[in-house]
Design a protein around this ligand. Structure first.
Ligand code: SF4
Ligand code: SF4
Length: 103
């Protein structure tokens, strides 16, 4: 059965998604599509947008709420561990790892 197209909602000022492998610009496409493993715990769901995805208004990009406010989302985890886990799962600093949309 063919997969139906998905619609994700993003802020009108969000930057366009860069091609896979280029620097992450905080477009939010990946986290608005599905939560990473830690985002599943924070969101209490396995599908849809991650509840911890936050729009950084002044920066004009999205940011990870677990990185910014680990105690708000995962109060039972030491903050440093929560940040370390997120950085591991999103491969922070290694560029965009999402092939969801063409660049
Ligand atoms: S990893 Fe890619 S899709 Fe996810 S926020 Fe960064 S640029 Fe956007
Ligand atoms: S990186 Fe952060 S915002 Fe994105 S899915 Fe994971 S926990 Fe959620």
């Amino acid at each position: 059965m063919p997969q139906l197209p998905r619609v994700i909602l993003l802020h009108a000022d969000a930057p366009p998604k860069p091609p896979e492998g280029q620097a992450c610009n905080g477009c939010g496409v990946c986290c608005a599509t599905a939560p990473c493993p830690l985002g599943m715990v924070a969101s209490r769901r396995r599908h849809g947008a991650c509840a911890a995805l936050a729009w950084a208004g002044t920066g004009g990009h999205y940011r990870c709420g677990v990185l910014a406010q680990p105690k708000r989302w995962l109060p039972w985890l030491p903050a440093a561990l929560a940040r370390w886990l997120v950085r591991r799962w999103i491969a922070a600093g290694r560029g965009c790892d999402s092939d969801l949309l063409p660049g």
